[in-house]
Design a protein around this ligand. Structure first.
Ligand SMILES: [Zn+2]
Length: 395
């Protein structure tokens, strides 16, 4: 398995300047790449990757406006070129319908005030003793908070908007399967609770973002009053970034813990395949972003692979909240906000989310058996109901 390990680094003021130069050059090369490709696309010309790279790096270095590109490690520039190529290709494939999943938007230019990064392959960095050597920057002090599981194949040096620096390594890690267990679980992702399981267990949604929101709003108001380009504005921007970072870290930590518990306690975990990006564009956006469903799903996927467990998503349009998990009768759409209902056919009283989680479990199991070739047809073959897509507005 390929995983990322991230460590905090502490560059000296001189190294910070060298890094700032490298970030700036990589950003310019990335944005130039996008521009060159956009121009070629608009003109209906085909342009090869080598040609793009030659124009934005090799030829650009010869011009007075881009001569400073020569001051930084060229491996970082080449990687920026490749990042732009991949971003462009993802968008293009999505545009032409060659890529599954939600539509990808046209890659945005990198901005000066956002997260800055350079990616380096083996010829751009080295590890020796306590230090991380980066070409044309020097030996960086690094905090080895855990042991690297293998020799890294690449490193990304990052400066977050709050001013912290990190090194993120791509390493190989052996899977460490846990002893098999016979429990399986379906999970329903929500807003009121982050997770409701088919066993009736709930994991609260701590809503870190909401809690920090007042602080964030105040910080942003201060920022908007500060004059463009002033030192005060830089300070205000830093404060906003710090609040954001705290929210992000707390949320990620919660996602890891929740995912670990689900994966450790169950041989298989099933979840609904949510169109999270579609939801995020509605007015629920803030809560959706807050809940961090996609982040949780990523954590579960990663941990299931690590610990030899199964994680599977079930179809997005299954009306998991309309069907009685006890008798299988479709009971019709439930008005939004109905948390409990009694099945008209068998009389079982259901908690809306637990019932949905149980249906997800049943669906997941059957889809899995199907995949094994037992020929069982998946249940809940009802056409995409309006309710299936909207029920989360209840929360
Ligand atoms: Zn029933």
């Amino acid at each position: 398995m390929q995983v990322r390990y991230r460590y905090r680094i502490y560059p000296s003021p001189g190294q910070q300047q060298a890094l700032a130069r490298a970030f700036g050059c990589a950003r310019v090369v990335y944005n130039d790449c996008l521009r060159v490709r956009d121009q070629a696309y608009a003109a209906g010309e085909k342009i090869t990757d080598t040609d793009v790279q030659r124009r934005v790096i090799t030829l650009a270095k010869l011009t007075p406006e881009r001569a400073w590109l020569g001051q930084v490690a060229s491996v970082a520039l080449v990687q920026a070129c490749q990042d732009a190529r991949r971003a462009y290709k993802n968008w293009f494939d999505s545009l032409k319908g060659r890529r599954k999943g939600p539509k990808i938007r046209h890659p945005k230019p990198r901005r000066k005030h956002g997260r800055q990064s350079i990616r380096l392959t083996r010829n751009g960095y080295a590890l020796h003793g306590e230090w991380l050597y980066v070409a044309k920057v020097g030996d960086l002090k690094i905090e080895w908070s855990r042991v690297l599981s293998s020799a890294p194949s690449s490193v990304t040096v990052i400066r977050e908007p709050d001013g912290r620096y990190y090194a993120s390594f791509v390493v190989q890690r052996e899977a460490t399967p846990l002893p098999a267990c016979d429990r399986e679980v379906g999970i329903d992702l929500g807003l009121a609770s982050l997770v409701v399981t088919s066993d009736g267990e709930t994991v609260a949604n701590p809503r870190f973002y909401r809690a920090a929101q007042r602080r964030l709003r105040r910080a942003q108001r201060v920022l908007s009053r500060r004059q463009e380009g002033s030192a005060n504005r830089a300070r205000a921007r830093h404060r906003v970034a710090v609040v954001h970072r705290k929210v992000r870290d707390a949320r990620l930590d919660h996602a890891h813990k929740t995912a670990l518990r689900l994966v450790r306690d169950n041989q298989a975990v099933y979840a609904e395949d949510l169109c999270v990006s579609g939801m995020a564009r509605t007015r629920l956006a803030k809560s959706v972003a807050d809940a961090g469903w996609s982040q949780l799903i990523r954590c579960i996927t990663e941990k299931a692979a690590q610990y030899g467990r199964t994680f599977a998503k079930v179809g997005r349009f299954e009306p998991t909240s309309q069907v009685c998990s006890a008798c299988g009768v479709k009971d019709g759409p439930k008005p939004l906000g109905v948390r409990q209902w009694a099945c008209a056919a068998c009389g079982t009283v259901h908690d809306r989310d637990v019932n949905a989680a149980r249906n997800i479990l049943a669906l997941g199991r059957r889809e899995r058996l199907n995949a094994c070739g037992t020929g069982v047809r998946p249940p809940l073959e009802v056409a995409a109901g309006a309710e299936a897509g909207t029920r989360r507005s209840a929360a």
